[in-house]
Design a protein around this ligand. Structure first.
Ligand SMILES: Nc1nc2c(c(=O)[nH]1)N[C@H]1C(S)=C(S)[C@@H](COP(=O)(O)OP(=O)(O)OC[C@H]3O[C@@H](n4cnc5c(=O)[nH]c(N)nc54)[C@H](O)[C@@H]3O)O[C@H]1N2
Ligand SMILES: Nc1nc2c(c(=O)[nH]1)N[C@H]1C(S)=C(S)[C@@H](COP(=O)(O)OP(=O)(O)OC[C@H]3O[C@@H](n4cnc5c(=O)[nH]c(N)nc54)[C@H](O)[C@@H]3O)O[C@H]1N2
Ligand code: SF4
Ligand SMILES: [Mo]
Length: 670
């Protein structure tokens, strides 16, 4: 095959890496998508899942949605007929206008998340929803909201983390509740993997990143608060609390300090299962500093998620690991770290009142309620990803609920829709992408025309706004204008053409130091370790050494984090990925298998009060006793749903966020 041309673009998946890629066009038609050898993160390779899917189902007209569909059969059956864009949009417009007139915009529920993380396709449609005053199902509640709100309370913000380039000044690296070997494979291989400093990983699972660390603190899930306090006990006993830093930059330390005496390493071991000597070694390595702390999204998805985040966030403050090169913490590096104003993209001002918002934990009950008249889902697959799966799917069967789904594929959510609208993929339009780990600004460049009649999200919502006879100019702003404004905000003078040419720039171009100016955006202007603000948010004044009780009655704690072969539920329909992924597996410790007389390959039934599924057992010593691991994101097999069929949608202690890692399940041979 002759390569007729090559262009650069960027992967916009919900992944820390934001890889640069090359799209090679051949003279006879097909394209090939590969990693960009000149991209400093990708280094010439995409991850396994994207290499397959971008050259597989993402370009396959037999699998992709290519024209608008209207439901013919009963909801959920997936029977549709092709309709024209004008028929679909005029019918959707009149239904939505009718609902707005009779019940107000809030009777329209919209769910969205990170189907694509490119800025315009990810955010611009919110202008439409703000204008009609729709109820937003708060996306972060199903992912990382407890962590964001906890860090906002303590440090005043959550999206300005350390600059990963400053690792050359760090003397240790602590990764807490993240699994880059699956969720950020290039960061795992090239950043974590190449760092020659003591590396500590805190995770119940011995995944590849944990196995590659110098110290793996394999705590029992939900005991992070206790572990952080036990580490602080050691740091205090070693005289390494940075009193000067705390006096200058923090308030509330005494309310923490008074709790530390009792939190000895031996006590820590009893709470967390981590050997006392490892707690000591890790605490001493971290407090020697400067040290980087990566706070992953896994450990705040628990009953004590907000408190756990606060407790772990004590470590950098107590040791003065803030405001200097090679120190700091990272949850996410948001667009605001590159001066981009998401508020402009969403045009909040189009709504006279703030849009009402609900938690994903309450989505199923809202869908059952007659007050909800319409549901629009875009960039999000609720039938796979949200809790209370069975109840949610039953609610989607409501004949009087008008549903529209915008997606690339006929997902299980789309099966319930009245109209399914085909979205164009990132290979088919221009946009801007920014990593949430490093400080990249990248061009997403149109490489091929949209498949069939597919349209980018933003264009679909422009056309819907026109069909609804809305006239606000913000609803019709062009991609060119949006991109130009975004790039100007981020880096004055940067044009899309210049960016597309190089693919990615890093901005700031030189490594920056987190909180170099100690400019904490809290009410006091200081790091707030304890105080009344927490009480107002439903937490105690001071963080405490939380440890969730272990399941009783032989139940196991279910963990369902990211799979290396799926991107949430995306790619679950690619046959080559399914081959890599193997059978629908759950992993348990050899001791738990033996106790239950279960052998590798047996099918087991997992059950909670709200549902059950069967999975095939794989036995692995990487999973501790008392835990069962079944990754998120599979499409239903056997009509049983996926792991969220077990998820009761329990909320964590903060921000109505999910506690999906606090689910206890019974496990028996099927
Ligand atoms: N049990 C369990 N459940 C979980 C989690 C867990 O850890 N355990 N994690 C949670 C987390 S962290 C998250 S973020 C959520 C994610 O849950 P979702 O937001 O549902 O993520 P995906 O499953 O990837 O769904 C995104 C959808 O967007 C579509 N898409 C891709 N590109 C585009 C586009 O350009 N336009 C449109 N319109 N659609 C597009 C994809 O085809 C896919 O169907 O899941 C949550 N659910
Ligand atoms: N391949 C792939 N990459 C992805 C995704 C994907 O689905 N697949 N999803 C994307 C999304 S939406 C997100 S939010 C990010 C998330 O990426 P990460 O921040 O890495 O978070 P998770 O993979 O959800 O979970 C990380 C780890 O938390 C651990 N964990 C669970 N419970 C606890 C606990 O109580 N304490 C501690 N210390 N650890 C615990 C899990 O064992 C897991 O190894 O990844 C993104 N990247
Ligand atoms: S999903 Fe992540 S690792 Fe895979 S190609 Fe995209 S950015 Fe790179
Ligand atoms: Mo997420």
């Amino acid at each position: 095959m002759m390569e007729a041309s090559t262009l650069r673009t960027t992967c916009p998946r919900d992944c820390y890496d934001a890889c640069g890629m090359l799209v090679k066009k051949t003279a006879d038609g097909p394209i090939r998508v590969v990693g960009d050898p000149e991209h400093s993160v990708a280094l010439g390779a995409l991850c396994g899942k994207c290499s397959i899917a971008y050259n597989g189902v993402w370009r396959d007209p037999d699998v992709r949605l290519t024209w608008p569909l209207k439901r013919r059969g009963v909801k959920g059956a997936g029977q549709f007929e092709r309709v024209s864009w004008s028929e679909a949009l005029s019918d959707i417009a009149s239904r939505l206008n009718g609902i707005r007139a009779q019940h107000g915009g809030k009777a329209v529920l919209q769910t969205h998340y990170t189907g694509t993380c490119s800025l315009i396709a990810g955010v611009f449609p919110l202008r439409f929803f703000n204008r009609i005053g729709a109820t937003e199902v708060d996306p972060d509640t199903v992912c990382n909201k407890a962590g964001h709100v906890a860090l906002q309370l303590v440090y005043g913000e959550s999206t300005r983390g350390f600059d990963p380039r400053t690792i050359d000044g760090a003397k240790s690296l602590l990764v807490w509740g993240a699994n880059p070997s699956a969720s950020a494979p290039h960061v795992h291989k090239h950043w974590f993997g190449k760092a020659r400093i003591p590396k500590i990983v805190v995770d119940p699972i011995r995944h590849e990143t944990a196995a590659a660390a110098d110290m793996h603190l394999q705590l029992y899930p939900g005991t992070d608060g206790a572990l952080a306090f036990a580490m602080l006990h050691v740091i205090r006993a070693a005289g390494r609390i940075d009193e000067e830093f705390l006096a200058a930059h923090a308030i509330g330390w005494m309310e923490v300090d008074s709790q530390l005496e009792a939190c000895t390493p031996a006590w820590g071991e009893s709470q967390t299962g981590v050997p006392a000597h490892l707690i000591e070694e890790a605490a001493l390595a971290y407090s020697a500093g400067p040290s980087l702390l990566w706070m992953g999204q896994g450990f705040q998805r628990q009953t004590f998620g907000g408190n756990a985040m606060r407790a772990v966030a004590l470590l950098p403050a107590a040791t003065g690991n803030i405001g200097k090169y090679g120190a700091g913490f990272l949850y996410l590096n948001g667009w605001d770290a590159r001066s981009v104003d998401a508020g402009f993209l969403a045009a909040q001002h189009l709504n006279s009142e703030p849009s009402p918002s609900i938690s994903h934990m309450d989505l199923a009950s809202h869908l059952e309620s007659a007050a909800t008249k319409a549901l629009l889902t875009w960039n999000n697959n609720i039938a796979a990803s949200s809790p209370e799966q069975k109840r949610l799917r039953s609610a989607l069967e409501r004949e009087d609920l008008f549903q529209v789904t915008v997606d690339l594929f006929q997902t299980e959510t789309a099966n319930y829709a009245d109209y399914v609208l085909p979205a164009a993929s990132f290979l088919e339009f221009d946009d801007v992408v920014m990593s949430y780990f490093n400080s990249s600004i990248s061009a997403q460049v149109k490489a091929v025309p949209p498949l069939g009649e597919a349209l980018p999200n933003q264009e679909i919502f422009r056309r819907l706004a026109a069909a609804m006879r809305l006239t606000d100019p913000e609803l019709f702003e062009t991609d060119e204008s949006l991109i130009q404004t975004l790039l100007e905000q981020a880096k004055p003078g940067l044009t899309f053409e210049a960016l597309a040419d190089v693919g990615t720039v890093f901005h700031p171009s030189r490594p920056s130091v987190q909180f170099e100016l100690h400019d904490y955006k809290t009410p006091s202007g200081k790091i707030e370790l304890a105080g009344e603000a927490f009480v107002k948010s439903g937490l105690p004044r001071a963080p405490f050494p939380s440890a969730e009780a272990r399941p009783l009655g032989g139940h196991l704690r279910l963990l369902s984090p990211a799979s290396e072969w799926l991107m949430n539920s995306s790619y679950g329909n690619d046959p080559k990925i399914l081959k890599q992924l193997g059978d629908d597996q759950a992993f348990i410790n050899p001791g738990e298998a033996e106790a239950r007389g279960i052998k590798s390959g047996h099918r087991i039934r997992l059950a909670t009060a709200i549902g059950e599924i069967t999975l095939r057992v794989a036995i692995s010593a990487d999973v501790p006793m008392g835990v069962i691991l079944a990754h998120k994101g599979r499409w239903s097999t056997r009509g049983e749903g996926n792991v969220n069929a077990l998820n009761p949608g329990q909320k964590s202690d903060l921000a109505e966020s999910c506690a999906v890692h606090s689910i206890n399940v019974s496990v028996v041979a099927a």
